[in-house]
Write a protein that binds this ligand. Structure first.
Ligand code: SF4
Length: 357
């Protein structure tokens, strides 16, 4: 036996699929992983998962209606290569796996937005990404054919080495920096902004409403005016700017808010395609929002200081953790590809959500 995995109460629809996939990658070919579970559906689901993933169930032990049960899985052939694996169903133009990478630079933020999926705030631990890790990740991505890296947080401009990380990445690929545009007006952060290359860097700036009151209600008093100042400053310095609005799917008057933001952009001379509208996800600090599930959420590989994640909106969700270290990126992508392979195979057999039934 090569190892044991305590699946606890998780099932294949609530994170166990990714956890088992991760664990099997550490099991040598033909060796056995024993999965312990108190969730009855897992006993039925794991054989279907094993068939799709190329593994074999060699024993199921346990009795009674309440478990626990033990399922012994023998490691089979490696899963399909990630090459050519396409993402599907992403809300904003999913990229083929391995072409795009998200990097969380830090988790502290000057704001504490009520729906922040990262749970960021001024008092959140910074958990800064090591610039050497960022550079290594981008270099590895470039070697795999990657084309785009996105720096996010927290507020990335609070990371004192943001400019170095962005400049290094921009030598290899397109870069987007997500920011609330409120902290780079002066001092060392202004200097960092001015050091960034203009040709391969886009600043994606948050603005949730054309109405200052509505924006400030979710992001904090005075944040609308400072974001608008930040947009103007960035554009005056020659940056390409994209505006991103985070709006609850059921927000009253949502269409009017979007139209108002488009009009605001037009007044600034920005085309409507420079506006990105995304829903609130029920993750992090959000008390409501779109429920995200691995099975129907296109992977957007995301690295933080302490691991790798399925998607940038899920970095506080243990069931979306792909790896316990951000590098090597190839391991992260292979784990995601193996999971996608199984979920797509399940879907092609008529399962919209992988429950291995
Ligand atoms: S949503 Fe963005 S600006 Fe708001 S607290 Fe989170 S990281 Fe900061």
């Amino acid at each position: 036996m090569a190892g044991r995995l305590d699946g606890g109460t998780s099932d294949c629809g609530s994170g166990l699929l990714l956890t088992v996939t991760r664990a099997m990658r550490g099991v040598p070919l033909d060796e056995v992983l024993v999965v312990t579970t108190v969730e009855r559906s897992v006993v039925e689901d794991l054989p279907a998962w094993a068939r799709l993933a190329g593994h074999t169930i060699v024993a199921v032990a346990g009795s009674g209606a309440r478990g626990p049960w033990e399922v012994a899985v023998r490691r089979g052939a490696p899963p399909a290569s990630r090459a050519g694996t396409a993402t599907a169903g992403s809300p904003d133009a999913a990229a083929p796996l391995g072409t795009r990478l998200w990097l969380y630079t830090n988790f502290d933020c000057n704001l504490a937005c009520e729906y922040c999926c990262a749970g960021s705030s001024p008092s959140a631990p910074a958990r800064r990404l090591d610039p050497a890790v960022a550079t290594a990740a981008v270099q590895e991505l470039a070697g795999l054919g990657g084309r785009e890296v996105l720096f996010t947080g927290g507020e990335p401009f609070l990371h004192p080495e943001l400019a170095a990380m962005v400049t290094s990445a921009a030598r290899l690929m397109e870069v987007t920096v997500l920011t609330n545009a409120m902290v780079f007006g002066r001092g060392t952060r202004r200097a960092a902004l001015e050091r960034l290359p203009r040709d391969r860097v886009v600043l994606q700036i948050s603005l949730d409403s054309p109405d200052p009151g509505l924006h400030d209600a979710v992001r904090g008093s005075g944040s609308f005016a400072r974001a608008r100042d930040g947009i103007a400053l960035a554009r005056s310095l020659g940056f390409r700017v994209r505006v991103a609005a985070t709006l609850a799917a059921d927000l009253p008057g949502r269409d009017r808010v979007v139209a108002g933001l488009q009009a605001l952009l037009a007044d600034d001379g920005l085309p409507p395609e420079n506006l990105l509208v995304r829903p609130v996800a029920h993750e992090g600090a959000a008390r409501a929002g779109v429920e995200l599930h691995l099975e129907d959420l296109a992977p957007e590989p995301t690295l933080t200081v302490d691991g790798a994640w399925w998607h940038p909106a899920c970095v506080t969700n243990p069931s979306m953790r792909v790896a316990d270290t951000p590098l090597p990126l190839s391991d992260v992508l292979d784990t995601i590809a193996a999971t996608v392979h199984v979920t797509q195979a399940a879907a092609s057999r008529g399962r919209t959500v992988f429950r291995c039934t």
